[in-house]
Design a protein around this ligand. Sequence first.
Ligand code: NAP
Length: 609
Amino acid sequence: MNAALKSPQLDSTLDADKLAQLARLTSGLSPADLYWIAAYSAALAARLPAYAGLAVVGEPSAVPAGQAGERLSIVYGSQTGNSRRVAEQLAGNAEAAGLLVRLLRAGAYPLRELAQEHHLVVVISSQGDGDPPDDAIGFIEFISGKRAPRLPQLKFAVLGLGDSSYPKFCAVSRELDARLIELGASRFSTLGEADVDFDSTAAEWSAGVLETAREVLSVPAASARHASPLHAVSAPPQHSRDNPFPAAVLENQRIVSRNSDRDVRHIELSLEGSGLRYEPGDAVGVWPQNPPALVEQWLSTLKLDGANEVEHDGRRLPLARWLSHERELTRLTRSLVVAQATATGHGDLQRVLEPGQQAAFARLLESHQPIDLLREFPTSWDAAQLIAALRPLTPRLYSIASSARVVGHDEVHLTVGVVEYAAHGSVHYGAASAFLAATGDDTRVPVFVEKNERFRLPADSSRDVIMIGPGTGIAPFRAFVQERQATATSGRNWLFFGNRHFAQDFLYQVEWQEALRSGALHRLDLAFSRDSAQKIYVQQRIREHGRELYAWLREGAHLYVCGDSAHMAKDVHEALLEIITVHGRQSAADAKAWLAELLQQGRYARDVY
Ligand code: NAP
């Protein structure tokens, strides 16, 4: 073993396994080789999202101001990691093409530098209601606001990622693109818009941007570039979104009582041999398969034979396989509504697509799955046309409910709310939850780990944490509490949980009671919405304990919210503003600014969708 690595003076954040691995890799290397590795690792660390941003905030720009005209800044606003991935890929390609690049998450972008920026690429996603990702709120507000500088020097390109099953598809990127023009900037590439199956659109758009960037940006002399081999190390890990690991199912247990009107599963997956690593706050991406019963419904409704082979995009598969493994069957999209309206010529469908009908269109998307449309507005579909019209199946993310320190990296736990309900005369399913609920010993679940650097426990373990997670939003907090207990942190842990009924839906009840008893959890406040005549939600508990909660925040507590973004997260945000106003004796504007500041600092983090 290398002597330096054995040295007791060398403090390391690496565990024994990693240290041993490092020692193996470095044994026998010359001093020059070792110095090269040190520089290589530093460059790699600066490239990772968690550190890239930190390296820039509050520090001089990585590139002298004089070189700003030669640099391409790539900024991403990502909620679930997709925009980050696209931006990283583009940055890697641009760097490989010899361009001077800096890659930043939107929350770490030094806003004061915008006025000097010459070439800016923004990859940003829009959330359900046309909102930016939490990490990009400050960036978007600054550019949209009165303080935004005029930007006549700026050439920019924006790519939006969104979900066309929401009416405000890519609203954030559209508004950003228009606002930058308003500020005097000019596009060096047209606005791109990518749907949930973003890969091919994003790749095409990125290639165009790169081509133009190479024309408008001079490739700097080698000495002026980052002395980094970054593009050489951007090879994907062995298992990733595009190469998922087939995980065996160790446990699939219903964790609500028999009488509950919901089905929630605690799923344990084996990651043994995958090389995958995760931290509390991360998510597991699951590539689902559509339920066999749903595939049958499609085939019988459309009177198509599942055994018939269909060729699409150079691949030939039986129709049933396309429908079960490759195509989105549970989410209605605008493109399918358009295709169905065109094929049937039905007035009701065509009307809902007309300008000014956004509300009716949103209602249709919310209340119908594709199968309902096929039944309500029958028409005959050719199998090949059907496969071309349907959106590719995409992975679903589940917040990880375990700490690897407690269960080991070979295992990961999830909390899965099973979506299954009757509507329009038949049973409807959620693709991934039905798939996971039906798993058994023989099933392999294709998974990957989606890092979430914005949703991390405080680095300072003496800080208190407040966790608000109704329903399956409880998942990451099981991981948090396990982790805090395993690392014997001195900070206190306060959990708010809510669900429908105490007797039926108290997820992980025994574990929380044990955590309270052992001191791993310091406070637990519960809100069961359907046990009383009047609904009680977590925000009511937040208000009831507002004085204390505000005191925890003043003392530096970190605050986390996980669960439904459409209603809960917004209502909880309102309740937080209210307690800051009341107990902090702040004006509404100051309370808003304080909470926004906490969000910006990452001290208030939300993992909601
Ligand atoms: P749910 O439907 O969110 O319900 C949980 C509890 O919240 C129920 O008692 C419900 O009451 C209550 N509730 C309803 N509206 C509320 C509001 N405006 N404010 C506060 N509480 C409210 O539970 P679930 O079925 O387990 O679904 C959890 C949601 O979280 C899903 O939307 C899921 O996608 C999301 N989720 C997101 C993440 C993530 O982003 N990482 C992780 C896990 C879960 P009533 O039903 O009685 O009104």
